[in-house]
Design a protein around this ligand. Structure first.
Ligand code: SF4
Ligand code: SF4
Length: 327
């Protein structure tokens, strides 16, 4: 939630936004208007990447204010079919695959089937798996300019996960981890299990493994937007890449300066989405990457063709760890 008491109207949030080009005076003017209840053009120009919450060093949460205004005005004009898709996610069939009751469970949200075969290897053998509509986190609603459905859905999904009786739950979807580790606590909702991010889980497994085959490849990392809610994982990712012998190339659009994969823009403005994708992939190529390394399956689906056509391989982080540990 936006905290006006922390905002000193410095304008950093909007001058650093990688999708608009505002001088500082204009950024300050727009943010002042937002605080006063207006709807300046940033509200419709914003692509909902959440980055400005991270840019704001005072912790005011500027994106939360932009989101509130998007929701109140409906200015993003999201097509009804996209909104309906999100409304239907919680109704999708759910499944619990029972596994080791003493170990961590694995939650796949509603996105576990998007990249077939990703969980078939030894990394996840014997785990209890939770997947489908009952475990849909709803964080993606922010990309439709809506926060209320996320807030309404949160207690139910946390209760469904808690019903697994697992002490630890590993979250494949970055959005789910953002809900458990950052958003739910902000809402004052108790999370009665330990959320573990998939990067943290993979890092544990890599550290346990006696022999790791260094992969010797250079990748450009595609950070999901939801990572803005839980940026502390980035140090774990660096450690993981180092353990499996993968070089994360130093590029313009990584870490705090990462670009969105473009998927939130697709329903609203495909041309602008393609510009963002091409900017991102060109940057990866210029930095000497051999491939893109992804965490979010939606980033894979949105960027893989553009990456391929630029001569880059596409790797999911799980595939890389699988290869380094077990091939
Ligand atoms: S929200 Fe943060 S970054 Fe934006 S103007 Fe206020 S203090 Fe500055
Ligand atoms: S959420 Fe992203 S696109 Fe929107 S204003 Fe903030 S940095 Fe810019």
């Amino acid at each position: 939630m936006f905290d006006e008491s922390k905002c000193d109207l410095c304008g950093d949030c909007l001058t650093l936004c990688p999708y608009v080009d505002y001088e500082r005076d204009e950024a300050i003017e727009q943010f002042q208007s937002l605080i006063e209840g207006g709807t300046p053009r940033i509200v419709s120009e914003c692509i909902t990447c959440v980055a400005c919450n991270q840019f704001c060093e005072k912790g005011a949460g500027p994106f939360d204010l932009i989101l509130e205004r998007q929701e109140r005005t409906g200015v993003l004009n999201i097509p009804e079919q996209n909104t309906q898709l999100f409304r239907n996610f919680p109704n999708a069939p759910s499944r619990v695959i029972p596994g080791d009751a003493d170990g961590p469970a694995l939650s796949l949200c509603s996105v576990g089937e998007l990249l077939p075969g990703l969980f078939d290897g030894p990394l996840f053998k014997g785990m209890t798996v939770l997947k489908g509509g009952d475990y849909f986190c709803g964080v993606g609603w922010v990309h439709l300019g809506q926060e209320a459905p996320l807030r309404e859905n949160a207690p139910g999904v946390i209760a469904n996960l808690a019903a697994s009786n697992a002490n630890e739950i590993v979250f494949y979807h970055d959005d789910c981890y953002a809900l458990m580790a950052s958003i739910a606590p902000d809402y004052g909702i108790e999370v009665p299990f330990q959320p573990v991010h998939i990067i943290e889980y993979l890092l544990r497994r890599a550290k346990e493994q006696a022999a790791v085959k260094p992969l010797g490849i250079k990748v450009a990392y595609q950070q999901p937007c939801a990572s803005r809610y839980t940026p502390w994982k980035d140090a774990q990712l660096d450690e993981l890449f180092s353990l499996i012998g993968v070089e994360r190339v130093d590029r313009d659009y990584d870490r705090a300066s990462a670009l969105c994969c473009g998927s939130p823009l697709m329903p609203r403005d495909r041309k602008r989405a393609m510009e963002v994708k091409e900017r991102n992939i060109s940057d990866a190529v210029a930095a000497g990457a051999q491939g893109m390394a992804y965490l979010c399956p939606l980033c894979v689906l949105n960027l893989r063709k553009v990456a391929e056509s630029s001569g880059l391989e596409n790797y999911h982080l799980i595939e890389l760890v699988d290869r380094a540990l077990y091939e």
